[in-house]
Structure formats: structure tokens, C-alpha cells
Ligand binder design. Structure first.
Ligand SMILES: CSC[C@H]1O[C@H](OP(=O)(O)O)[C@H](O)[C@@H]1O
Ligand SMILES: Nc1ncnc2[nH]cnc12
Length: 295
């Protein structure tokens, strides 16, 4: 069932403060069309140590697109379409825990999805599928990020629950305290439905969450503002770039990648009978579910 001999291509989705990626060679920005609409921006193709890497700024260059209006489906479809197999999401987050201080990096492993105004699936009427989100991030990719961070001397915390809120406004104090009572660790506005769609597209997905603030619950810290977030992001941008660079050799040289369960996430997920499938919907799924539908 594993996908044999598929070349590994690392994709990086850059969040707030990360609108391109330094140190790539043979770079070109290129428009990629998707049946799901417009991705956030052109994709930046480049090479890192001779291996292909594809970068997409989640909010577009210049941070034009707010979280609720990001076309997550087009972004993930475009990355899959150009051959990306593994996605590292880089995201700014607020901390809901005393010990997660601004400047720290967290490799999150769970999400609580509180978003409500977004297209959350590639599937629907005409082709229904239900993938597992029990373990929403790729543990294998998480291992590589952890190893790379260690090698690069970057302090990271492994594990944590990311509460995904709709926004665009930041949380009220009551909401922030509610999420803390749910044992959430960090809060942001973007990693859902991104992680769900990556799973549907059978892509490995892991998040590096960069803590920028204490949201609004900490009695000794000011309530979060964009200004504070940007200041902390700027101070940590080099660290984020160094981490992406350091992960690449680990991710590129992983013999176990083909066996990763993320890559067969749709195997037992499709439920619509072949004769009940809508050909138009199937056409749109050519990249996302091509492994099964074109077989
Ligand atoms: C600019 S502050 C709020 C903004 O930052 C985070 O985005 P991303 O995950 O793309 O770094 C947060 O989720 C909000 O969208
Ligand atoms: N406190 C916060 N709430 C939501 N998104 C964020 N991104 C960075 N900090 C945040």
C-alpha cells in the first residue's frame, strides 16, 4: 500500500513574518493553477543542497490575505500538484502556558479546531471521504524537525495542543481562559483546515509554532497586539530560517518516508460507490486523490 519510489519534495508554508526563504539556489516564483481557485501567491521553487524545495507564503507576499480568507484548499492542492510530499508549516502563535515563552519554538502534535467560516474538505457531494485526524501531524516529520533543531542548537519543545480560532480579532480573556482550561498550549488562526486538507491530500504535515506572545491571560504581560507579534517574529526570523535549512537534509534522506501512513490516508476513507461518483468532482480531485482515483 505504500507509495514506492516517489521523490521526496519538501514544501514550506510560511506564516506571519515569513514571506520568502533565503539560501535557496535556482529560484523562480511561478503561478500554479488549481481547480479549487487561487493559491495565496505564486510558489517559490528552489533547491537546497541540490534537492527541490517549494515555498508558499500563507498570507501572500506583503501579508495581503487574512486567515479567514486564505484559500487553504487551493494552497494544498497546488503544493500536491507540483509534487510536494512533505509540508512544514511555520506559524506564529500565542502562548497559553507560563513555560512557553515568547521566542520559543513548539512542534505541536494536536489541534482543536474552532474555525467555522472555512472550506474544510476537498470532498463533498459526489465524492465523500472521511480521513482520520486522530494524530493530525506527521510524527516522522516531527522527529526530523526535533533532530534538526537539536543539531542547529535551537531550543524547541516537542508536543503541544494548538487551538485554532477563527479570528480575525484576538480572543477575549474569557475565551483565553477557556482554552487554558481545555489544556491547550498555543493559539493561532491558520493551521486548520490546513492540516486536515494536507491529510486528505496524503501529504505529511508538521508545524513549527513560534511563540510570539502570551495572548491576553497573563497578569504580568500586556494583551497581544500585532506590533508585539511582529517584533518577536523579527527577532526570531533567522532562527526560523536556520531551522528550515537544518530540517532539509533529514527530510530528504529518509528511507522510511515511502512507508509513512500519511501517504495512504485515503486508502480506507472513500465511501461513495463508483457508480454514484460525480465525474466533475472527480476531475477536481485529480491531484489530491489521483493515487486512488486514477489507478
Ligand atoms: C499577524 S498576527 C496573527 C496571525 O499570525 C498567525 O498566522 P500564521 O500562522 O500564518 O503565522 C496567526 O494565526 C494569525 O493569522
Ligand atoms: N495570541 C494570538 N492569538 C491568535 N493568533 C496569534 N498569532 C500569534 N499570537 C496569536
Amino acid at each position: 500500500m505504500a507509495q514506492q519510489n516517489k521523490p521526496q519534495v519538501l514544501g514550506v508554508i510560511g506564516g506571519s513574518g515569513v514571506y520568502d526563504i533565503a539560501g535557496l539556489t535556482n529560484t523562480r516564483w511561478q503561478k500554479v493553477s488549481s481547480p479549487f481557485g487561487e493559491p495565496s501567491d505564486e510558489l517559490l521553487f528552489g533547491e537546497l543542497n541540490g534537492q527541490q524545495l517549494v515555498f508558499l507564503p500563507r498570507h501572500g507576499r506583503g501579508h495581503r490575505i487574512p486567515p479567514s480568507e486564505i484559500n487553504f484548499r487551493a494552497n494544498i492542492d497546488a503544493l500536491k500538484r507540483v509534487g510536494v510530499t512533505d509540508i512544514i508549516s511555520v506559524s506564529a502563535v500565542g502562548s497559553l502556558r507560563e513555560h512557553l515563552r515568547p521566542g520559543m519554538f513548539v512542534i505541536v502534535d494536536q489541534f482543536i479546531d474552532r474555525t467555522f467560516a472555512r472550506n474544510k474538505s476537498f470532498f463533498g457531494t459526489g465524492m465523500v471521504a472521511h480521513v482520520s485526524m486522530a494524530r493530525p501531524v506527521c510524527g516522522r516529520l516531527g522527529d526530523h524537525i526535533e533532530a534538526a533543531a537539536k543539531a542547529a542548537g535551537i531550543e524547541t519543545i516537542r508536543g503541544g495542543t494548538y487551538l485554532v480560532m477563527e479570528g480575525l480579532q484576538f480572543s477575549s480573556l474569557a475565551e483565553s481562559e477557556l482554552y487554558r482550561s481545555w489544556n491547550c498550549d498555543v493559539i493561532g488562526m491558520t493551521n486548520m483546515p490546513e492540516a486536515k486538507l494536507a491529510r486528505e491530500a496524503e501529504l505529511c504535515y508538521a508545524t513549527v509554532a513560534m511563540v510570539t506572545d502570551y495572548d491576553c491571560w497573563h497578569p504580568q504581560h500586556d494583551d497581544v497586539t500585532v506590533d508585539t507579534i511582529v517584533k518577536v517574529l523579527l527577532a526570531n526570523a533567522d532562527k526560523a530560517r536556520a531551522l528550515v535549512k537544518a530540517v532539509a537534509p533529514f527530510a530528504f534522506n529518509d528511507q522510511a518516508a515511502d512507508q509513512c501512513s500519511c501517504r495512504t490516508a485515503l486508502q480506507y476513507a472513500l465511501i461513495t460507490a463508483p457508480e454514484a461518483r460525480d465525474p466533475e468532482v472527480m476531475k477536481m480531485l485529480d491531484a489530491v486523490a489521483g493515487r486512488l482515483l486514477n489507478a
